[in-house]
Design a protein around this ligand. Structure first.
Ligand code: PHE
Length: 335
């Protein structure tokens, strides 16, 4: 009874008074807890009756607290210092796009203008789509060209070593003609240095239709590099080997850093290698369910880091993934 009177009379007009009240009545060492503790001394047959009374008291004490708190809340807001809404806001720091994103977007844009669309596929791939369907059967020596990360749980799974897996997946859909580019991240088990990394980005392309020729391949890629590096760029194709293309070639462009007069990027040759390409091997078409007597096609693949290196003269691959703001902010405003 006395406590009830005290609770009713308590002055709860400030946050401090409220907090003192809370500690005194509702805290872990407060009066409500203490009285509740007395329950254990009440004989069993009277427990129900006492419980009721004590519970009422508890609710009463809590109720007073809650309503006083509510009454105080708007007062607290009103007491906050007045804001000058005419003051200018804090300036937002402007970020920049990652150079790899910038260049990837540019590559995609150029091929989209030629009618290529973007295709996507998994980074964790099975052996078939990354190797076997691409005419790299088990024990083929060319598999060693790409040091592969395998997934422990399943020997059939690996991290794709190139985005050619997406080409196979597109062909398997069986809808022709095909004109796609496949941008994506790829993985190779290489020691990290200025010139190699365990992951990098590729854009590969695939065009399959009736009567597609090597001349189509050359003109498409020539158009691409002129758009990418400017109309003055020159190209050359060197014969090469890939199991999934025949014939195969590597494409070089004139060095944009020294304009052909010789520098570190082109190793004094005046030429920089930028991509592999070739006519899709008939065996690959067949593996993906396409009739090689009716259809031909070309494919190509480039590293986005490499294109970025040429475009922005970045000489260390590690810079791309170190997230050093001094490097990244140099691309603010770049398009
Ligand atoms: N898949 C090759 C690589 O990753 C690139 C390539 C694609 C070459 C298509 C020829 C044709 O190295």
């Amino acid at each position: 009874g006395d406590y009830r009177k005290e609770i009713e009379a308590a002055e709860l007009n400030s946050p401090q008074q409220l907090e003192e009240y809370r500690i005194k009545f509702l805290g872990t060492k407060g009066i409500v807890k203490a009285i509740m503790g007395e329950m254990r001394n009440v004989p069993n047959e009277r427990k129900k009756e006492f419980g009721q009374v004590l519970n009422d008291f508890k609710l009463f004490a809590e109720g007073r607290y809650e309503s006083a708190k509510e009454a105080l809340a708007p007062a607290a807001t009103a007491a906050a210092p007045e804001q000058d809404l005419s003051l200018p806001g804090d300036a937002l720091g402007l970020g920049s796009r990652h150079p790899i994103s910038l260049v990837r977007r540019r590559i995609i844009e150029i091929f989209q203008r030629l009618g290529f669309s973007v295709a996507d596929g998994p980074e964790i791939e099975d052996d078939w789509h990354n190797f076997t369907a691409l005419n790299l059967p088990e024990n083929h020596p060319a598999r060693d060209m790409q040091d592969t990360f395998y997934i422990n749980q399943n020997p059939d799974w690996l991290l794709r070593t190139h985005t050619s897996n997406v080409q196979i997946r597109e062909m398997e859909k069986g809808k022709l003609p095909i004109r796609v580019i496949c941008p994506g991240r790829v993985y190779r088990n290489e020691t990290i240095s200025a010139r190699a990394h365990c992951f990098f980005h590729q854009v590969e392309g695939l065009y399959i239709d009736e009567h597609v020729s090597f001349a189509d391949l050359k003109q498409t890629l020539y158009f691409f590099v002129k758009e990418m590096f400017g109309p003055g760029i020159k190209v050359r194709f060197r014969p090469s080997y890939f199991p999934f293309t025949e014939p195969s070639a590597e494409m070089d462009v004139t060095c944009t850093i020294c304009n052909g007069s010789g520098c570190g990027l082109c190793k004094q040759t005046g030429w920089v290698e930028i991509m592999g390409c070739g006519m899709v091997h008939p065996k690959v078409l067949e593996n993906a369910g396409i009739d090689p007597n009716k259809y031909t096609g070309f494919a190509f693949g480039m590293g986005v880091e490499r294109i970025t290196q040429i475009r922005y003269n970045v000489n260390d691959l590690r810079l791309y993934s170190q997230n050093d703001v001094r490097f990244l902010k140099q691309f603010t405003g770049a398009v």
